[in-house]
Design a binder for this molecule. Structure first.
Ligand code: NAD
Length: 437
């Protein structure tokens, strides 16, 4: 639950006008997805498509009306820039977006599709591929005050079928708090996108008694997964209540326990389709004042146990083929933060682990990716002093903090069959937070 008073005021037209007049920030309430995913998330929406038009059928398949021009404000602008092979060719971006961006609806979506610079055939093409990121990041800052997002999807040659799932996520309301980011599709994948994509799958979420973990368990269950919820034994009561509500299984267990991997494998009857490493702690102090227990515990819970549990489950063959592993990093691990040398080191470590495992396990058809949340409204952030909390919220493109469900949506997407082409991505779910941007 958010305690963001400015956002609450800005939700009412009268107070919003007043806030504008006195120069207060007026964050746009975000349109979010509700309930389980549906086969056509863009039904009754209009998407203007530019550049190569090969994505037209894919976007129509999401229920959208795909047009090249629109008199009504479109919900999304999609530009396929894979044909842009030189610096001069970037002019096509200007020609497409300049006349249309002002007319895009509130909480709109911009998606630019490109090739990875590493796959470029010459210098101009490499520069043009990389230029797309600067373009998207800047545009996301310009349109964020209207609650709109802009993201880049790069697709390796031969991985074209892997684009459907990420495109669906980035164009839908499920990605409300993801902006200014790039996702790399590196392998092809099948993309069944009917209702309940996780039906018949078993998913385990660590740190699930509250906050982001609880929201994730709820979303995974909503998409059909049988969910095992894990948290420390003192949280057993909340955990059991959640497991009962979700018709899942409660596993009160400290993730640092040497038997954790074996206990998880047993609870999953030896076969886990989705593993979400969400449990995490902070033990903040500047390095000079930090005792060794704070350092050791933070690294142990946030990183060492994640490596140990994952490696053991892989060795045991307990992660099924087509499995998904989602880790939770943090923008503190990307930007660093005074008083958080231990936490930021652990979360950078998680990002490194994600890239390594993403690469290693791709050939076994297991997709490993991470989310890096920014300022999310949880018990953790509500405890921060008011001024710092306000900075955390407002210093972002969307001018507000995210909700646990925003991170849960990204994790649910990365857990889905449609994310099978993504390997080693660290996706910031931060509303375009300026920290480390
Ligand atoms: P939270 O404190 O509300 O929840 C974390 C959960 O992990 C708790 O239920 C806790 O009991 C559990 N946990 C802690 N140690 C454990 C252990 N040893 N074994 C098993 N469970 C354990 O935190 P949150 O805000 O929901 O954060 C969830 C994750 O997101 C964490 O990894 C955190 O670092 C990361 N994150 C959060 C934010 C934010 O703004 N809230 C920002 C960036 C990253």
């Amino acid at each position: 639950m958010s305690t963001d008073t400015l956002l609450a005021w800005a939700s009412k037209p009268a107070s919003r006008r007043m806030m504008s007049m006195v120069g207060l920030p007026t964050p746009q309430p975000l349109a979010r997805g509700e309930g389980p995913c549906i086969a056509e998330p863009l039904a009754e929406r209009r998407v203007v498509l530019g550049g190569d038009d090969v994505l037209g059928p894919l976007i129509s398949g999401l229920g959208a009306e795909v047009v090249t021009e629109s008199e009504e404000p479109p919900s999304a602008l999609v530009f396929d820039a894979r044909g842009v092979g030189s610096a001069e060719g970037l002019r096509a971006l200007y020609d497409f977006f300049h006349p249309r961006i002002r007319g895009m609806a509130r909480c709109g979506r911009v998606v630019v599709v490109g090739c990875p610079a590493a796959a470029a055939a010459n210098a101009g093409s490499a520069a043009a591929s990389e230029a797309l990121l600067g373009f998207v990041k800047s545009l996301s800052k310009e349109i964020g005050r209207k609650g709109s997002t802009a993201n880049l999807l790069t697709v390796s040659p031969g991985a074209e079928s892997g684009i459907a799932g990420p495109l669906r996520f980035l164009l839908s309301p499920r990605s409300a708090f993801v902006t200014g980011q790039a996702l790399a599709v590196s392998t092809s994948t099948a993309n069944p996108h009917g209702a309940q994509p996780l039906a018949g799958k078993t998913a385990l979420v660590t740190g699930a008694a509250r906050g982001i973990g609880e929201a994730t368990a709820r979303r995974l269950a909503e998409e059909g997964a049988r969910v095992i919820v894990l948290d420390i034994p003192p949280e057993a009561e909340a955990l059991t209540a959640l497991a009962e509500e979700l018709d899942g299984v409660s596993l009160p267990l400290d993730i640092t326990d040497p038997t954790a991997a074996a206990d998880i494998a047993a609870a999953a009857s030896g076969r886990l389709d989705v593993l979400v490493h969400n449990a995490g702690i902070t033990r903040d102090k500047t390095l000079a004042k930090m005792d060794e227990q704070r350092w050791d515990l933070t690294i142990d819970v946030n990183l060492t146990s994640v490596i140990a549990v994952t490696e053991t489950l892989i060795e045991k063959g307990a992660i099924s083929e087509g499995g998904r592993i989602v880790l939770v990093s943090s923008i503190a691990g990307i930007a660093g933060n005074a008083g958080q040398t231990n936490y930021a080191a652990s979360k950078s470590g998680v990002a490194g682990l994600t890239r390594y495992l993403g690469c290693q396990l791709a050939e076994r058809d297991i997709a490993v990716n991470a989310v890096a949340p920014g300022f999310i409204e949880t018990r953790l952030t509500h405890a921060i002093p008011f001024t710092i909390r306000e900075v955390g919220r407002r210093f972002s493109n969307l001018n507000q903090g995210g909700l646990p469900v925003d991170v849960a949506e990204a994790i649910t997407f990365l857990s889905s069959p449609g994310a099978g082409g993504l390997h080693g991505n660290v996706l910031r779910v931060c509303g375009g937070n300026l920290l480390g941007a």
